[in-house]
Design a protein around this ligand. Structure first.
Ligand SMILES: [Zn+2]
Length: 332
């Protein structure tokens, strides 16, 4: 049922409960992240302060609130606690609320919530240490396969009917799309990584990115893979553009900046001439198009040279942008 059918207080109560559950799962996500790095089991040892190794009391472990009450410091040794803990708890809590608002109190929401928790875990490990753990991506892939095998998301794709030894078999098409999604997602990233290596001389994407796009393909199906990729690139550009421009200014690569600016302006000029209906004139067209091509080629050449020599161009993980893209597509 839709949560919006609930009235007044009931509605806010349900939203609150879902947020609290999400925050607790977020707290568990922090344990999953921590123990993936340390190699410990995620269930057995009780939580302790990574600095003084004191076992945490229950009231040190309340999601978000403990961090606020303890003012971001360990209750024993007063060492600062990473902002990652309350941040992950809040993000997972909000994701859960968003998913249940969109998909109602359904099995679909539960599975997508678990999938999104795994996405947050992979984003954090990627941001912290540029690592995607196989086990997290594989878990997401398996969830995606099961999700689509039973067509929990009600994809409206229908099913294939087979006849095998006089038995009739029916397989949801969404399951086929899920398998194709894994293959397409992983393959596309591998091909892009290969091209990056060819041009820049080093792998442009880590193997973790192939795992992530493959696992997202398992959940959202093969048809979503190109959209996730394109939107992921846009998110990535939005994230790195300010850092990139700062770096270029520091390295005094003004020619690259000018040529990028020139490219943007020439595209604007082309668009303007088009709006003014002048682009029909062959000479105007050749001039405007030529200008655009010139700046595009020049900027690309400068970009490749700069990327080849750039020690300072910090590695920005591509996993989180892919995951943000998948979340955006899930919610629209
Ligand atoms: Zn401590």
């Amino acid at each position: 049922m839709s949560i919006f059918e609930l009235r007044g207080l009931e509605f806010y109560y349900i939203i609150f409960v879902i947020f609290v559950i999400g925050a607790c799962i977020g707290s568990f996500s922090n344990v999953v992240i921590l123990r993936a790095f340390s190699g410990e089991s995620i269930v057995l040892p009780p939580s302790k302060c990574p600095h003084c190794h004191n076992k945490l009391k229950w009231y040190h472990n309340i999601p978000i609130l403990s961090y606020i009450f303890l003012r971001g410091k360990c209750g024993f040794c007063k060492e600062s606690i990473s902002i990652q803990y309350p941040l992950v708890e809040t993000i997972v809590g909000l994701l859960f609320v968003g998913i249940f608002l969109k998909f109602g109190l359904t099995l679909n929401s539960i599975v997508l919530s678990v999938a999104s928790m795994l996405c947050v875990v992979m984003s954090v490990t990627d941001i912290k240490e540029q690592v995607i753990f196989d086990m997290h991506a594989i878990a997401l892939g398996v969830i995606g396969l099961l999700y689509n095998f039973f067509d929990i998301g009600k994809s409206n794709l229908g099913s294939y009917d087979f006849s095998l030894f006089a038995h009739s078999l029916s397989i949801n098409k969404s399951f086929i799309y899920s398998i194709l999604g894994i293959i397409a997602g992983a393959l596309i990233m591998e091909v892009l990584a290969f091209w990056g290596k060819l041009f820049v001389g080093k792998r442009a994407f880590g193997e973790g990115d192939s795992y992530i796009l493959g696992a997202l393909g398992a959940v959202f199906g093969v048809r979503s893979v190109p959209y996730i990729l394109v939107l992921g690139v846009i998110v990535q550009i939005i994230i790195i553009l300010p850092m990139f421009i700062k770096k270029l200014l520091q390295n005094r690569e003004y020619m690259l900046l000018y040529s990028l600016g020139g490219f943007v302006l020439s595209v604007g000029l082309f668009k303007l001439l088009d709006v003014l209906n002048l682009i029909g004139n062959l000479f105007v067209f050749i001039f405007a198009f030529g200008l655009m091509l010139f700046f595009a080629f020049y900027a690309c050449k400068k970009l490749i040279v700069s990327a080849k020599s750039a020690e300072g161009l910090t590695y920005v993980p591509f996993g989180p942008p892919l995951i943000i893209a998948a979340f955006v597509l899930m919610f629209i």
